[in-house]
Design a protein around this ligand. Structure first.
Ligand code: HEC
Ligand code: HEC
Length: 321
């Protein structure tokens, strides 16, 4: 009971940004994020880019025709309830208008609200905890300078017994590890940059790694593929394994896929798929150097012949392992 409960809690991290089968709101628009002003400075531009690449956009400015920039409102159905991405605009009543930069940093990197409440792992702070000071600052500069919007508060509908307060602390104790990423002085700058984007910003690892019985990533199969239990989706193996991974994909193939969704064999991931949405609204906005850096990092991974399709049993439920 306890394990399955924990597993359910942590599976939110994977299930969260995904279009679930029972979700009633299809992607029907471009995200409501306005273009960055021509005279915006470097920090503001970086903040806007991070807002896309770190997927803040998908949850807090979602591609629905009735969404407002920073107004949140993405419904995130999970096995233990439905979560709603909140308003993070500078509105003092319904957004985070009363917040300081320290409050923002604590939310992103420690997963804690100003009142000390721990956030649900639907908000991927287990990745953001590894973000650099500069990037957290750029996000704050960007988010806090956007127009305030008022929205109706939509409380999470957490099912009993998952609603018990101790559950988040339990999950955190097991799986939340404070950043930053460890030093790797023997590696190239591109590799370091790629690793940072994959594990701190774009949280590729959270989807593309299998999870253990208590919901933590199985480090032994890091980036060797995962699954979305609620949707029955398989997240492919990204190691260079010839049978199950990216195989012969080059650094440029990976960079091209992250910009266009087009694989080396010409097939395309479109924006109806969660990966396609992330490419369109996020990764395509990275510089070519950053997309190549992700390629440098992924092609350096040890090959792993893990087959993630084995994680999804017929009927779409992930097999308990
Ligand atoms: C997968 C969806 C998702 C993504 C991606 C995401 N968030 Fe959130 N965010 C949430 C949810 C859900 C909550 C509420 C969590 C809770 O109540 O425990 C939240 C809470 C927050 C809060 C706290 C709001 C409050 O009123 O306490 C801030 C600030 C925030 N997110 C900013 C960001 C930023 C900045 C990014 C990108 C770096 C981001 N979020 C990415 C879903 C997401
Ligand atoms: C929310 C979960 C999620 C996140 C986050 C995510 N992916 Fe994916 N990814 C998927 C899914 C689902 C697919 C399968 C897409 C399809 O069926 O076309 C996929 C497909 C891919 C593929 C194509 C592999 C193949 O064999 O066809 C690559 C490469 C890839 N992702 C790399 C990344 C990288 C790099 C990141 C981070 C920058 C990332 N993904 C982040 C869910 C995710």
């Amino acid at each position: 009971m306890l394990w399955s409960l924990l597993w359910a809690v942590s599976s939110v991290a994977v299930a969260a940004p995904v279009h679930l089968r029972h979700e009633e709101r299809p992607i029907d628009a471009e995200p409501p994020m306005p273009p960055v002003a021509d005279d915006a400075d470097e920090v503001m531009r970086r903040g806007a880019e991070l807002f896309r690449v770190a997927s803040c956009i998908g949850c807090h400015s979602p591609p629905f025709s009735d969404a407002e920039h920073l107004g949140g409102g993405r419904d995130l159905p999970t096995v233990f309830g439905v979560f709603w991405a909140p308003n993070i605009s500078p509105d003092p009543a319904t957004g985070i208008g009363g917040w300081t930069e320290e409050d923002f940093e604590r939310a992103l990197r420690r997963g804690r609200a100003p009142d000390g409440r721990r956030y649900w792992p639907t908000f991927p702070t287990m990745a953001y905890t590894r973000m650099s000071d500069d990037d957290v600052h750029a996000l704050w500069v960007y988010v806090s300078s956007q127009p305030a919007v008022q929205t109706e508060e939509r409380p999470h509908q957490v099912r009993f017994p998952y609603s018990l307060p101790g559950m988040r602390s339990l999950w955190r104790g097991l799986h939340f590890r404070r950043g930053p990423l460890p030093e790797a002085p023997e590696r190239s700058e591109d590799w370091m940059r790629g690793r940072y984007l994959v594990h701190a910003v774009a949280y590729c690892d959270q989807c593309h790694t299998p999870r253990g019985p208590t919901g933590g990533l199985r480090e032994r199969h890091l980036l060797a593929g995962g699954a979305n239990p609620a949707k029955g989706d398989v997240h492919p193996n990204l190691t260079p394994d010839l049978a199950f991974g990216l195989g012969t994909w080059t650094v440029d193939d990976i960079a091209h896929y992250l910009a266009t969704g087009t694989r080396p064999d010409g097939t395309v991931t479109d924006s109806e798929n969660i990966m396609g949405e992330k490419i369109r609204d996020g990764y395509a906005h990275l510089s070519v150097e950053d997309r190549r850096a992700i390629g440098v990092y992924l092609t350096s991974l040890p090959t792993d012949d893990f087959d993630p399709s084995g994680l999804v049993a017929p009927g779409g439920r992930a097999r308990a392992r």
